[in-house]
Design a protein. Sequence first.
Length: 105
Amino acid sequence: MPEVFATGFMVGFLEWACIMCLMPHLDWPTEQSLGTHINVSHEAATPPGLEVTATVELTAMNGRRLTFAVSAHDGVDLIARGIHERFVIDRARFDNKLQSKRKDT
């Protein structure tokens, strides 16, 4: 495997950038967000030592669904672009649903 910024890490990096963008606007820890969809192209390889910068823009809100345009640049090339969707959740309600699901299995 070549020593480059792996796609999986890049996706996580873009998701984290969206989370950081949202944090000041959520009633933490009651409100949180979950990623539900990502469609990103990995357009260029990034070797170790380059600094990768993410750019995220909230482009749509439909109730609790938030859609972001995302991109990443390594200082030389645009390395990624696409969209990411997140849902704002009530943490207690979400935890209760998970607990119920655990009981059903």
